[in-house]
Structures are given as C-alpha cells and as structure tokens.
Write a protein that binds this ligand. Structure first.
Ligand code: ATP
Length: 354
C-alpha cells in the first residue's frame, strides 16, 4: 500500500496564497514520483482566519497542528490586521512558542546563474527561536516589553543556558555535516551578561566538537563581514533578533530575500517557513518569488528524513532542489531575480523539470 504523508498547509497573508500553493504542488509531484501520496491538511491563520472565525490564530488550527509532524506556514502580515487583532503575539510567534520550535535554520546559498552580490555565498544561520532579544515572546506569560509611562518603553532580553545549549548543539551537529566551521555571533562587549552567556555556552558546547573550527564575531562587525566576505562563513549561530536581521542580509546577498528558505524545528516537529514576510507591496499580482517557500518545503522533507530514516522524503527533497536549480539556470525566474516569469509560470517550469 502507498505510504501517505500528512502535511499541514497554511497559506497565510499577502503573497502567501500565491507562493504556498505553488510549493505544495511541487512537493506533491515530487513525493508522488517517489511512490508516496500526500494528504494535505489546509488550515487558516491571519486574515482568512479573522474573516472565517474572528481570530488570527484559531485554536482549531493549533489543535490540528498537534496531530501533525510537519507543515508549511505562509507569511503573516500582522501589522495589517484590524487593531483588535494586533495586540498579542504574531501568528508565527504563537505557533513557534506552542510547539517549542526552538531552532530556526536559515541557509543563504547563491543559485548558479542567478544574479547575486555574493555569488559564492553558502552559509547557514542557526537562529535561536524561543527567547533572546525578541521581548514579545520570551516570557512564559505576558510580554517582556512594557511601558511604565506613555513616554518610556522597556524591553527585557532573555538568554538561558538550556536554550543556548540546544541551539549550539544544533549548530555544531550541522557543521559536522558541512565545512566544520562555526561562528558564534554575539554582542558581549555591550550586552555582557545576556549575549555573554550565549557566547560562553556556545564555546562550552564547541569543546565537544574538536574537529570544528570556532570563530566569534560581534553582530555589528558580522554584518560588515557578510557583505565583504560572506562566502568564508559556514555555520553561524546566534540569538533570535540578531539571527533574524543577519539572515535577511545574507539572503539578499545570495540573490534575493524571496529565494531564502528556512525551517523551524523542535525535537520532533518541523515547520517550513520562508525567511521573507507577506510582501504586501506585491501581493495579488502573481509576481512573487516562490523559491524561498519551495526550498523551505524541501528542507522540511529533509529534516523528517533525517529524523525518521524515511529515504523517500530525502529523495523528493533533492529532486525539488535540483528542479529549482535547473529552472533558474535556464533563466526562468521572477522579477526580483531579474527574470520575467510569474509565480505560476515559475512553478509550472519546476513541475516540468521534476
Ligand atoms: P517580516 O517582518 O514579516 O519578515 P518584512 O518587513 O521583512 O516582513 P517582507 O514582507 O519580507 O518584509 O518584504 C521585504 C521586501 O522584499 C519587499 O519589498 C517585498 O516585496 C520583497 N519580497 C519579500 N518576499 C518576496 C518574494 N517572495 N518575492 C519577491 N519579493 C519579495
């Protein structure tokens, strides 16, 4: 009997309903070609959920995710929701927190033939996703941002040994499968206790990996080094906010933010979520680049293959990446990559290449 994969599918806002179905179609074809069938579980967040059930992140979506091991999440445009839906955590943050998706893995790789400021770039940013300087989501209850008076705003950064140990382990394990270099990014000259603890715990975990070369950078210097010599970095481990900023920079240097893939994972669940946002400026025009979310979906399949030993998923992931690479190398690309293809034309070409 054909073994079935159950995958959650959340379109999200902005360009999400354009790029997420394109990625799902490609995953479907790739898995079907390896002899597997897919059961897609469509779920709502964001505007669609506000319109249908009056909440940006409905409980029924969260409880459906309880039963799934993997899903694709489109972007959310929470800044554009009606004011009463803008008070709490963003939908992405709620999902990451509920399922303890602590590791955000964001590669920045230049595709051959695609115009890029850093065509040799091939690095992975391993971003701690559960605490850090993102004060809106680093507390068990309430928020780490508060205003004692209307003219004073405070934010609390949180770094713990436990969360740093597990993200450092993810980074060093990943480095062992690559060029065996880890760069610890912090700002311990200023945020001495918080990012200093992050640096120290990463160093301690690094001692278990004598084969891995460790370097360190302050986050501001790292931004400059990425521009000047980004191709020299392999695995970069850092806290939540620094990782978010550096990964957008690295993605753009490697080609385009729209091409940047990423997954968020816990010990047993994985969520594909491209590095880009909802891009409301180009939504609804069928011109968004789907490469980021397609690559994220391929990473999701790889992640499950590594966890479960399910070889078919790894084969499908490799075929998807190869099909995207060969499509781009034929000059078929969306506008952000200086091409002329629409989102659907690009997806059609990837399906043909599969
Ligand atoms: P967020 O904070 O939710 O990540 P953001 O404020 O960083 O969002 P994005 O929505 O990612 O912003 O958009 C940043 C710029 O990149 C916009 O000009 C947008 O049009 C462009 N962009 C983002 N994603 C894509 C894509 N998939 N294809 C083409 N352009 C994109």
């Amino acid at each position: 009997m054909t073994q079935r994969c159950r995958i959650g599918l959340i379109n999200g806002d902005g360009i999400g309903p354009e790029v997420v179905p394109a990625a799902a179609r490609i995953v479907d074809v790739a898995l079907t070609r390896t002899g597997r069938s897919v059961e897609w579980i469509p779920l709502d967040i964001g505007r669609a959920a506000i319109e249908s059930v009056g909440e940006a992140i409905p409980e029924q979506t969260l409880s459906a995710l309880d039963d799934l091991d993997m899903w694709i999440l489109g972007p959310h445009d929470s800044a554009g929701y009606p004011p009463e839906h803008r008070t709490g955590l963003t939908p992405g943050a709620v999902i990451r927190k509920r399922f303890d998706l602590y590791a955000n893995i964001r590669p920045a790789v230049a595709y051959p033939g695609v115009p890029a400021l850093s065509p040799q770039m091939d690095l992975i940013i391993v971003r701690e996703n559960s605490e850090g300087l993102y004060a809106d989501r680093n507390m068990a209850r309430g928020t780490g941002e508060f205003m004692p008076t209307p003219d004073v705003a405070l934010a609390v950064g949180v770094i713990t040994r436990a969360a740093t140990e597990r993200i450092a382990l993810s980074a060093f394990e990943l480095a062992m499968t690559r060029r065996r270099q880890v760069t610890i990014v912090h700002k311990a000259n200023v945020l001495m206790m918080t990012t200093g603890l992050f640096r120290d715990v990463c160093r301690e975990i690094g001692q278990r990996y004598p084969q891995v070369q460790i370097t360190e950078q302050h986050v501001d210097a790292m931004a400059a080094h990425l521009v000047r010599r980004g191709h020299e970095f392999d695995v970069v481990v850092t806290e939540n906010l620094f990782g978010d900023i550096l990964s957008d920079l690295a993605a753009e240097l490697a080609g385009s933010l729209g091409s940047a893939a990423s997954v968020n994972s816990s010990a047993d669940k994985v969520m594909a979520q491209a590095a880009h946002g909802a891009a409301p400026d180009i939504a609804g025009q069928n011109i968004a680049n789907p490469v980021g979310i397609i690559g994220s979906a391929a990473m999701m399949l790889d992640w499950r293959a590594n966890r479960t030993g399910d070889h078919d998923l790894a084969v499908a992931a490799t075929r998807i990446r190869d099909a995207v690479g060969s499509t781009l190398s034929k000059g078929i690309a969306t506008r952000d990559l200086d091409g002329q293809a629409t989102t659907t034309e690009f997806a059609d070409a990837v399906v043909a290449a599969l």
